[in-house]
Design a protein around this ligand. Structure first.
Ligand code: NAP
Length: 299
């Protein structure tokens, strides 16, 4: 039996997709075209294939256009850059996503830097990161923005709360910390060199774990009543009943759910939010690119 409330990311993501679909319908009426998301996949990485397929399906289900571009793994980098430039200047394309990782002969930073920041719905461009840091309008990476949505839905105003983000990657930890700072939290960023991590985590009203280490955050690390967001997606070694290995987060769910006030499960917590936020960013991009008003709190 767990004491904590289980935060249902799947249900929240479904609601978010519903709001995106409404906005996509009104956008189509106003703009005379569907909002469009272009996804570029280079090579045949099976996990990336699944992500791209899911993104395409959900884009269409929300009433937007999905443009998929598949390139062979040995595509020269210049060809990929030329495709991105072409998508930048295509008025039917509101958002551009280049699925990572790219093959080794390509420079991911260079490719991302070629995307027009106004179409950077993944929020990975340095201009997007800079806009977030200085408080300008821009696109925020989907996973951390999804975490923030779950936190605000649960806690309302986050002002003055102590937040600890474990992990400082450019795609999760750093933007997560910036978002929490924007919400007036007192933010600590922990990482592999942090001293006495359990003690640091115990101070927090909000814990976001984005590490990539199975079940690292233990029950006695968590302040009673804290809200814990588990970004991690790790596979345990295969067993007879789980031949692919059980999917677990960075949080020891069995222990933490005895102590926390609320916790996201894995799967079914943060995971479903990522694509839903991508669609949210795309419909926001479509409105901005078409010069159509979209209220700050519309979505
Ligand atoms: P990453 O780039 O590998 O970054 C991991 C971070 O964790 C680094 O900052 C690292 O510190 C820190 N770290 C590693 N070991 C640590 C330790 N023992 N104690 C404290 N900090 C430690 O990973 P990421 O891309 O941010 O992803 C993190 C996790 O989230 C992964 O499990 C990934 O699969 C998952 N993820 C899920 C989604 C989703 O949609 N749900 C999306 C993205 C990522 P240093 O900087 O000091 O090395």
């Amino acid at each position: 039996m767990s004491n904590a409330d289980i935060i249902d990311g799947k249900a929240f993501a479904e609601g978010l997709r519903g709001r995106v679909a409404e906005l996509a319908a009104s956008f189509e009426q106003a703009a005379g075209r569907k909002a469009g998301l272009a996804v570029v996949l280079v090579g045949e990485d099976p996990a990336s294939e699944i992500y791209v397929r899911n993104k395409g399906k959900q884009t269409i289900a929300c009433g937007m256009e999905s443009m998929e571009h598949r390139l062979p793994a040995d595509t020269p980098e210049t060809d990929l850059l030329a495709l991105v430039e072409q998508l930048n200047s295509d008025p039917a394309v509101d958002g551009i996503l280049v699925q990572l990782p790219l093959p080794d002969h390509m420079d991911e930073q260079k490719v991302i830097a070629t995307i027009n920041p106004d179409k950077d719905v993944d929020g990975f461009h340095v201009i997007s990161a800079g806009r977030l840091a200085v408080g300008q309008k821009g696109f925020v990476a989907c996973t951390p923005l999804g975490c923030l949505m779950l936190l605000k839905d649960r806690l309302g105003d986050l002002s003055g709360l102590d937040a600890v983000v474990i992990g400082r990657s450019n795609i999760v930890g750093k933007p997560m910390a910036q978002l929490l700072l924007r919400e007036n939290c007192t933010v600590t960023i922990a990482h592999s060199r942090t001293k006495d991590l359990p003690e640091v985590v115990r101070r927090a009203d909000i814990v976001v774990a984005a590490v990539g280490r199975a079940e690292m955050v233990k029950g006695d690390w968590v302040k009673p009543g804290a809200t814990v967001i588990d970004v991690g997606m790790n596979r345990l070694p295969p067993t007879e009943d789980k031949p692919k290995g059980k999917l677990v987060g960075d949080v020891d769910f069995a222990e933490v759910s005895q102590v926390a006030g609320a916790v996201t499960p894995v799967p079914g917590g943060v995971g479903p939010m990522t694509i839903a936020v991508l669609l949210r960013n795309t419909i926001v991009a479509a409105h901005r690119n078409a010069g159509l008003e979209l209220a700050e709190d519309a979505i």
